[in-house]
Write a protein that binds this ligand. Structure first.
Ligand SMILES: [Cu+2]
Length: 195
């Protein structure tokens, strides 16, 4: 057992883990920002990030899109001087944090996969999305519409893309990673999140 671990440690990371490069564009070919790309393993997903933060600043939620793994505890600090009243009616997580300032004592645990739409009862313009996924392998695209998911163990994965305001998600893609490869995928989202 010990010897096997030692040998594994000697192998360069590139030989034991695969990397996924994913590009998301809209129908016109423009890069889509803030798309959530996530790879769900066929077997049991390891638990990684367990906490996250959804801040409120200048009467906005920051970030606008927050991907988390199922089971993650999210804290909702209010960094403004005015009070906010955070709520969600989404089936994946229905909750509210009545009018408050500062940081609520208890974070909210997102224990069910799905998209949770956030709002504030006081400020109608405040909105954000928490995208709860059954995998620790996720990332958000930047302005170039690209993400890299590194360190994926060998095995079969289903790669999904979620885009706010899109008319339906692009069809998920199944990939079989051997643990020693770099795979490129591209998706077309039916509508641009923000133009
Ligand atoms: Cu508010």
């Amino acid at each position: 057992m010990l010897r096997a671990l030692f040998l594994a440690a000697l192998l360069p990371a590139t030989l034991t883990a695969a990397t996924l490069d994913v590009q998301v564009r809209d129908a016109r070919g423009a890069a889509v920002r803030d798309a959530v790309v996530y790879a769900v393993p066929a077997g049991r997903a390891p638990l990684a990030r367990r906490t996250a933060v959804m801040d409120q600043k200048n009467r906005m939620f920051i970030p606008h899109v927050l991907p988390v793994q199922t089971g993650t505890a999210v804290s909702f600090p209010n960094s403004d001087d005015v009070r906010h009243h955070v709520y969600s009616f989404s089936p994946a997580k229905t909750f509210q944090l009545p009018l408050y300032k500062g940081t609520p004592a208890n974070p909210v645990v997102f224990d069910k996969a799905g998209v949770v739409t956030l709002g504030c009862n006081i400020h109608d313009s405040m909105s954000a999305f928490i995208v709860v996924v059954d995998t620790p392998f996720f990332e958000k695209t930047g302005a170039d519409g690209r993400v890299t998911l590194p360190d994926l163990d060998a095995g079969r994965y289903t790669v999904h893309v979620w885009v706010a305001d899109a008319r339906g998600e692009p069809r998920p893609v199944s990939v079989n990673l051997t643990g020693d490869q770099r795979v490129q995928l591209s998706f077309v989202a039916s509508a641009h999140a923000r133009s």
